[in-house]
Design a protein around this ligand. Structure first.
Ligand SMILES: [Zn+2]
Length: 455
């Protein structure tokens, strides 16, 4: 049993000071009491806030950050970026995946994320044939997560087609492709691995309505009825047009007509949606997975967050292509997109939480926790003890009231402050340094030098 005493802490009931948390040997919070006796246990000064779940990541894309920013044609778009991305992933071996994942997750922990949903679609060998062990690439991701100490929700992705209506896959997609029976084998193998790994949660992810048909999604829904269920949807205008051309409906409209979308679903992006679709998503309690900096990088568009929030929709944030590894920066960007769009300030708030920082942080945390299927929705009894300690010695915090701490985190340079990060009660980042910083970075550098030399 571990006892931690906190100077300032943001509990699920709000800010409190002088509190003691008892944490069980597996890292879950057993009790929260006012501090009576500091003689045993560790005292944590500064301001402690819960960690942020990252609900959408493609780990390998971290290693190509900055490699697709040169204008190559007059019509550079998401689709030309995807071509570069396919070329890059074509070279990756399982050892590369482990090294990149460990490096990325180490950086995500330093950036305030304390759990990740990994949307993993790179399943097969470079020739496009499955490995003898079909879950080899998934295991490479899990190994990377273990090395960094990041709790992971692995979403093995079902990908079978190149476009709406069950089009055959393109040559660049061979490493992703599984028919339903082979996917089921992969999922069963991963269920066995999940049982042996306390830091691992398993979910299911049809890649998109382009890549999976109605019958295939129906099959996936039956595989594990309680597991998180994620899908990319309505990210690009072309996707909307293609969906209408094939199915006579918009993607979200078609999704809700064909499936019982509920709170286990995470709709990633949902950028281009009508008012009726906003209402449908909000009512269903599905979580929208927003990735503001990747959506900006790819020129996707801006999610109608103001209206969605006015209808009490659920959302969380993801680092997606991993160009930015800082949770506060994603939230800042989410708010700024709305300010620019509506020419207003302080757009994303509620009556009970009028401060943008606190509102966005708490809502993204609870939506993200649900999307990950992990007990990490705020610091409360039963939750895993994942938290971040803000250093109040930084000048930006001098003389400020606690009510402003999260606004400062999002809207000053505070997101870049060196902080401590705890996972399951264990300090894994100390003053901005990960406990395996050098070792993980060294391996990553060695793999990348080899990989990029062959480009
Ligand atoms: Zn994605």
């Amino acid at each position: 049993m571990q006892q931690l005493h906190f100077e300032h802490i943001l509990l699920d009931t709000g800010w409190a000071e002088g509190m003691t948390l008892e944490i069980d040997p597996s890292g879950y919070i057993l009790s929260i009491e006012r501090t009576m006796n500091k003689e045993t246990g560790e005292t944590i000064t500064g301001a402690t806030i819960p960690g942020m779940p990252n609900l959408h990541s493609h780990a390998f894309q971290r290693a190509m950050a900055g490699l697709a920013e040169k204008r190559a044609s007059p019509t550079d778009s998401f689709w030309s970026w995807r071509k570069v991305m396919y070329g890059f992933l074509d070279m990756l071996e399982p050892e590369d995946i482990t090294a990149i994942t460990a490096q990325l997750y180490k950086e995500l922990l330093r950036g305030g994320y304390t759990g990740v949903a990994e949307f993993h679609y790179l399943h097969h060998s470079r020739s496009g044939q499955p490995y003898g062990d079909k879950s080899l690439m998934s295991q490479a991701v899990i190994e990377g997560a273990k090395e960094a100490g990041m709790p992971i929700t692995l979403l093995p992705v079902f990908y079978a087609h190149a476009g709406f209506g069950g089009l055959p896959p393109e040559p660049g997609q061979q490493r992703f492709i599984n028919k339903p029976d082979r996917y089921q084998e992969l999922f069963c193998a991963l269920q066995c691995i999940e049982k042996q790994n306390p830091g691992l949660t398993l979910g299911i992810a049809p890649h998109s309505l382009r890549a999976a048909t109605k019958d295939e999604i129906d099959e996936l829904l039956k595989l594990s009825p309680e597991s998180p269920f994620h899908i990319h949807i309505a990210e690009q205008q072309k996707e909307i047009e293609d969906c209408i051309a094939s199915y006579g409906k918009r993607p979200v409209e078609w999704l809700y007509e064909n499936f019982n979308v509920d709170d286990r679903w995470c709709l990633v992006h949902a950028t281009h949606i009508t008012d009726a679709e906003i209402t449908q998503i909000a009512k269903s309690r599905a979580v929208v997975g927003l990735c503001p900096l990747t959506e900006a990088n790819l020129g996707d568009g801006i999610f109608p967050a103001k209206r969605f929030i006015s209808e009490e929709g659920s959302f969380g944030v993801g680092s997606d292509s991993n160009i930015c590894l800082n949770a506060a920066r994603e939230l800042e960007s989410l708010e700024y997109g709305q300010r620019l769009l509506h020419q207003e300030r302080n757009v994303l708030t509620s009556k009970t939480l009028p401060n943008v920082g606190r509102f966005l942080y708490e809502k993204s945390m609870s939506g993200g926790a649900r999307a990950l299927g992990q007990p990490i929705s705020g610091l409360q009894v039963g939750a895993r003890a994942d938290f971040i300690v803000l250093n109040l010695q930084h000048p930006d915090f001098y003389g400020r009231a606690r009510e402003n701490f999260l606004d400062i985190l999002l809207f000053s340079a505070a997101a870049d402050f060196k902080t401590d990060v705890y996972i399951a009660g264990e300090k894994i980042v100390k003053q901005g340094q990960h406990k395996r910083e050098e070792e993980i970075t060294r391996t990553y550098k060695a793999r990348m030098s080899k990989l990029l030399a062959s480009l």
